[in-house]
Design a protein around this ligand. Structure first.
Ligand SMILES: [Zn+2]
Length: 313
């Protein structure tokens, strides 16, 4: 299991608050350290860093809405060169994510910004919530903007019937490292008045970009104050974040066993060994010829056992 405190020593966390006497829920996150760690692990180029960083910020906040080990997975699939983004989070602040093609380069937008929309193209955003009760809940929407923030807002409105404002931002430095990454989600809770909805919209419009707030040193609470300070937010607990990947040698063994004896035989014949690389953390797991042979024996032993059991039945 790969688990690290963020290398850059930046305190990444999610802050949560309710405001306007329970009519509004607010979450804000700083994720600069974790997004920089993932950039280094996956060797991402800037537009991939921006796209995955925004998705990680949203995933961290969605994770904070879950309880304990309940997991949420975000999957964005587009017809652009990035192809796919995946982010995993849980209610304990564990995060991991990857982008299918980290080495994507597209021209900047007319405003000189990293063009996430073009890199993603047309597609869908999926949210998979695993509450540990069997079949996970899966909801999705078509991408409406491709800049990710608005796409999450569309998801909350259409799939969860919760009117929301979602602002996500990543600032990439000239040396390609992550200078700032984070986000803000504001949601209208049941019973919210029309007046509060209008106030929220107005407040958000005058909010500076999230990435520039974080770059200037704002904490998640500072971001919530800047956005909706007038609505007297009451803060709940903070959720510290860390990069954690659940890959392991045992999981790789299971994946190899699932291939079956014939495919394993082919692997042994053609390559002599197997090397599996985790898409999330880039950890490499190698299996020698002898180890692959041992896995084959395991499959055969299992098969015999189930046959004997079958005979008895
Ligand atoms: Zn891994």
């Amino acid at each position: 299991m790969i688990e690290t405190q963020t290398k850059t020593n930046i305190k990444d966390y999610v802050a949560q608050a309710t405001a306007a006497n329970g009519q509004v829920r607010a979450l804000a996150v700083t994720a600069t350290g974790i997004v920089e760690e993932i950039r280094q692990r996956l060797d991402m180029w800037p537009v991939a860093t921006a796209a995955l960083g925004r998705t990680m910020a949203a995933a961290a906040m969605l994770g904070a809405m879950q309880k304990g080990s309940e997991r949420v997975t975000i999957q964005i699939i587009g017809d652009g060169p990035l192809e796919q983004i995946v982010a995993d989070a849980d209610g304990e602040g564990n995060l991991r994510g990857y982008v299918q093609n980290p080495h994507v380069d597209v021209p900047n937008s007319k405003q000189g910004k990293l063009n996430v929309k073009t890199a993603l193209g047309e597609g869908h955003l999926w949210v998979i919530r695993d509450l540990g009760l069997g079949e996970p809940y899966r909801g999705g929407v078509p991408l409406v903007s491709g800049e990710i923030g608005e796409d999450f807002a569309s998801y909350f409105a259409r799939s969860e019937q919760t009117p929301s404002v979602v602002a996500l931002g990543v600032l990439v430095g000239v040396d390609l490292s992550v200078r700032a990454a984070g986000g803000l989600i504001l949601q209208l809770l049941p019973g919210a008045t029309e007046g509060i909805a209008i106030m929220l919209e107005h407040m958000v419009r005058s909010l500076p970009p999230i990435s520039s707030l974080i770059d200037a040193g704002s904490t998640p609470e500072d971001i919530i104050e800047q956005a909706i300070g007038e609505l007297q937010p009451k803060y709940l607990h903070q959720l510290p974040l860390r990069f954690k990947c659940s890959c392991s040698r045992t999981r790789c063994e299971s994946a190899l066993i699932a291939l079956g004896t014939e495919e394993l035989d082919e692997l042994i014949k053609e390559q002599g060994e197997a090397e599996l690389t985790c898409r999330f953390c880039k950890e490499r797991y190698t299996f020698t010829r002898e180890e692959l042979e041992a896995l084959k024996t395991q499959i055969q032993a299992k098969r015999c056992k189930s046959q004997v059991k079958g005979d008895k039945d």
